[in-house]
Design a protein around this ligand. Structure first.
Ligand code: GLC
Length: 612
């Protein structure tokens, strides 16, 4: 027997009982459907190219391959960054110059020209959007990336399809079999029941969770936009076909699958239709399926939820689910601290994250393609008498530049006057004040803004896990207001920070003293330091330290060889970190200065990485 087939059989044997049990529990012993799933898995395994199987084997031998301090990610839109897939291939040198070895390409599968939610309304899971290239080009790009040691991440949009997907079209033509792949209702009775308990994702841009289809005389469930029809995972055919779709994609050479909007995939009347136990059942099955078919592939869960809902998506040590999750609360809390200059809640948040098992790998980020939702620890804030609605208003006022003296230029997202809730958009550079300072030719404000931007990145790079830069942030790309003019986009302010990558601006990274050069060069230095010191690795212990100044965050990392005391001043004033590490001289890895880690004076928006 071929060695690989034996390996497949061994893995299948290892997981078979659990997989069958999970499947049969979900689908009431539909053995025919389970057998079909097994056939899909085997077929996809046979189709998997030998070099990918070799990579699987290497990664199986070193299952921690993604965990250390060597991985640095970047997320980007293919068209905004380089026009198309071929363009991205030609820009791999630049990616490497950014010290990046993991790229997340934003959704690139086929979608309708309009009504596509930035690629998250897929009309064909087997086809690349023609403007961006072909499946062969995707495969070629993956090969090239692998040749350079770069991993590739793609989205798997599993909660819904576009209304133009073949299944949706056939459902619309009245084919029962395809209607059963979605949630259809003849009248509003059941939808009305759902609406009593299910919150809204886009309360302003797409209110409600159902859409009326006049041609069919039916309602269809649409948790996100009306043109994104929720798939019905209570139907095993949907799960089987979607597994087949994702394995097909993985076989093009994808290393990391971002499972989009995963908490939403199972719906039950009378619940909030988020994070239901069946979701975990499915994610666990996906993990098992990957272990059997493509064990080198990682699952990244997009779980934008409260912390107690996020962590369960790691599963347990014996029965893991996702390999990686977004550190979403830390991200939102970071921007909270930019607006308040008070780090206490961030310290508290880090203490929670640092107390989790080291097996849990978080993806750290400052900005991504979505809005910043203010999912903060409100019960904790309440001890200071800070209420949720008024606090969100302050954050939004500050970060949209409405608040006196604010330097930030963001825009609101899905502002809901009824609940007083709103989220926020904007690029890192614009939120940090670079846009305003440049506009007003204010040199000292510019210096301050650059320091803040740099400090935030230094903070992101000190956290445990995998840092991911949002493409454009490394060159201080500002907000793109052109979406206001685009009728297809103007309602969705997330396009504010989804602008075209500016290659002329990028060129300035070679012009000494330019804004781009200062930031790009600064980040490169931080990235190199992170990669070359073991203390940034996965095994290090990490804890926060009291600085006795509410604007200065102190983090300590230590492993057997090294100790790092990192200090971050979140305020526009010079401060002193009243720490007292009584063990002699430290060297700041960033400036090269030596100092004691005692009563450290730290300038406005300053950062120190003090190494022992
Ligand atoms: C995820 C994506 C977001 C999209 C939504 C619906 O949250 O990040 O951009 O709108 O899923 O697919």
């Amino acid at each position: 027997m071929d060695n690989y087939v034996k390996e497949y059989r061994d893995e299948l044997t290892k997981y078979y009982d659990e997989l069958k049990w999970l499947y049969c529990e979900l689908y009431e012993n539909r053995m025919d459907a389970f057998e079909e799933l097994c056939r899909i898995m085997y077929r996809c395994y046979q189709e998997r190219k030998r070099p990918l199987k070799e990579l699987d084997t290497l990664r199986k031998e070193n299952p921690d391959w993604y965990k250390g301090n060597k991985l640095l990610g970047m997320m980007l839109y293919v068209d905004a960054f380089a026009g198309n897939l071929e363009g991205v291939r030609n820009k791999l040198d630049y990616i490497e110059e950014c010290n990046v070895n993991y790229i997340h390409l934003m959704p690139l599968l086929d979608t309708p020209e309009e009504r596509n939610d930035g690629g998250y309304a897929v009309s064909d899971f087997r086809r690349v959007k023609p403007q961006l290239g072909t499946m062969e080009e995707l495969e070629q790009l993956a090969d090239d990336c692998h040749g350079r040691g770069i991993s590739l991440c793609l989205d798997f949009v599993m909660n819904h399809t576009s209304e133009e997907h073949e299944w949706a079209k056939r459902a619309r033509q009245g084919e029962q079999e395809y209607q059963e792949r979605y949630y259809f209702y003849d009248n509003y009775d059941i939808p009305a029941e759902f609406e009593k308990t299910v919150p809204q994702v886009f309360p302003t841009t797409a209110p409600g969770n159902f859409t009326w289809l006049p041609d069919l005389n039916k309602f269809v469930m649409t948790t996100f936009y009306p043109y994104q029809w929720d798939l019905n995972y209570q139907n095993p055919v949907v799960l089987n076909d979607m597994i087949s779709n994702v394995l097909n994609l993985i076989n093009k050479g994808i290393d990391i699958i971002r499972i989009d909007a995963v908490p939403y995939i199972w719906k039950e009347l009378g619940t909030n239709c988020r994070n239901l136990p069946q979701v975990h059942n499915i994610v666990r099955m996906m993990r098992i399926i990957c272990e059997i078919v493509c064990p080198g592939v990682l699952l990244l869960g997009e779980v934008v939820m409260a912390p107690d809902k996020v962590v369960p998506y790691f599963g347990t040590v014996e029965k893991p689910e996702c390999h990686m999750l977004y550190n979403v609360t830390t991200m939102a809390t970071t921007w909270n601290c930019v607006a308040t200059r008070d780090i206490r809640i961030l310290k508290q948040q880090m203490d929670i994250v640092n107390s989790l098992p080291k097996e849990y790998v978080f993806l750290n980020y400052l900005r991504c393609h979505d809005d910043i939702g203010w999912g903060l620890d409100y019960p904790w804030l309440m001890q200071f008498g800070i209420g949720e609605v008024s606090h969100k208003k302050y954050l939004n006022d500050f970060l949209t530049g409405q608040y006196p003296e604010s330097f930030a230029r963001g825009e609101l997202y899905n502002s809901d006057p009824a609940s007083g809730d709103a989220r926020l958009c904007g690029t890192t550079a614009s939120l940090c004040g670079i846009e305003k300072a440049l506009c007003e030719h204010d040199e000292s404000a510019l210096n301050r803004a650059l320091r803040l931007d740099f400090m935030l990145h230094a903070y992101m790079l000190v956290q445990s896990g995998i840092p991911v830069i949002y493409s454009g942030d490394e060159i201080a790309l500002q907000n793109d207001y052109s979406y206001h003019e685009d009728p297809r986009r103007k309602e969705d302010s997330r396009y504010l920070h989804r602008g075209k990558f500016d290659w002329n601006l990028a060129k300035e990274r070679n012009i000494k003293g330019s804004v781009t050069e200062r930031l790009f060069g600064g980040l490169a230095l931080l990235e190199k330091i992170r990669q070359s010191h073991s203390v940034f690795g996965h095994d290090a212990d990490v804890w926060t330290t009291e600085t006795w100044d509410n604007s200065v965050l102190g983090i300590i990392r230590a492993d057997k060889k090294e100790k790092l005391v990192a200090l971050f001043n979140f305020s526009e004033f010079d401060k002193t970190a009243w720490i007292n590490e009584d063990d002699g001289e430290y060297t700041d890895l960033i400036s090269g200065r030596t100092m004691a880690a005692k009563g450290v004076d730290i300038p406005a928006y300053g950062v120190y990485w003090l190494m022992k």
